[in-house]
Design a protein around this ligand. Structure first.
Ligand SMILES: [Mg+2]
Length: 261
């Protein structure tokens, strides 16, 4: 992972940019789906929790994976039905098409890392971005899910970005950007070594100052100007401080589940 003492920077994508040759080049962008490519459909999660009977404070998928095989099947089919219904109501985020057209014009590879099922993701891409290419697309079947960095590292490796670590080749996302709307997106990106961009909405505004967030945008196409001039993240606190805070947050977040298990 790169040091967080310096702001994350990437070379400008604008044509004719010359003075920034020393800056790292952006090698790929990874997007979350719900709340990032489309308007948030967070009501889905309450329907899922109620439908499956997920105890408060527990993760929906993690809870389902603790059930017996036959119970898992029933729970997953309920989840899929809720997602299918929500799929028909998907609305693109403002600036979605403009941003993807821009990224494509610069030949920057794009991937998707989401906890959604395949069907709503495929539906969204076909409906709003039929000419745009995302590969790979990491969905619910991929484990471990965000906030683990594995999905993003897998995407980086699939795009040919790898580094040797402990004698093994691993995905290298140091020159990637993760764009999302939740703490899981910011933390997964941070842990993968990527720069992170938060698409701010009224519900997630508190994450703007989170140490895993490098930059905030209010609309997707705001990223165009940022990439043109060269991405610059916020200055971060030192690594040790980050780790301490991260641990504290994890304990706070999971305290209930841990104490009851
Ligand atoms: Mg999201």
């Amino acid at each position: 992972m790169t040091s967080k003492q310096q702001p994350r920077r990437f070379a400008p994508l604008a044509e004719g940019s010359s003075s920034e040759d020393a800056l790292p080049k952006l090698k790929g962008i990874v997007f979350d789906v719900d709340g990032t490519l489309c308007e948030p459909q967070t009501y889905m999660f309450k329907l899922m929790r109620d439908g499956v009977g997920v105890p408060p404070g527990e993760d929906i998928l993690e809870y389902i994976y603790t059930l017996t095989d036959s119970e898992q099947e029933v729970a997953m089919s309920k989840i899929r039905a809720i997602e299918r219904e929500a799929m028909s109501l998907q609305t693109a985020q403002p600036g979605l098409v403009q941003l993807m057209d821009y990224i494509d014009s610069k030949s920057i590879p794009k991937g998707i890392c989401t906890r959604n099922f395949d069907a709503p993701v495929a539906h969204l891409l076909e409906k709003f971005l039929p000419a745009s290419h995302f590969h790979p697309i990491v969905t619910r079947d991929f484990r471990p899910p965000k906030p683990a960095p594995d999905g993003i590292l897998h995407i980086a490796a699939s795009m040919g970005c790898v580094k040797e670590q402990e004698g093994q080749k691993k995905g290298d996302a140091d020159q990637f950007i993760m764009v999302g709307d939740s703490i899981d997106d910011m933390t997964a990106g941070y842990r993968a070594g990527a720069a992170t961009v938060l698409l701010v909405n009224p519900v997630n505004a508190h994450l703007a100052e989170h140490e895993h967030t490098d930059l905030c945008i209010g609309r997707l196409d705001e990223l165009i100007g940022i990439l043109e001039k060269g991405f610059v993240g916020r200055v971060k606190a030192d690594e040790e401080g980050d780790e301490l805070r991260e641990r504290a947050e994890t304990v706070l977040k999971q305290g209930k589940a841990e104490s009851s298990s």
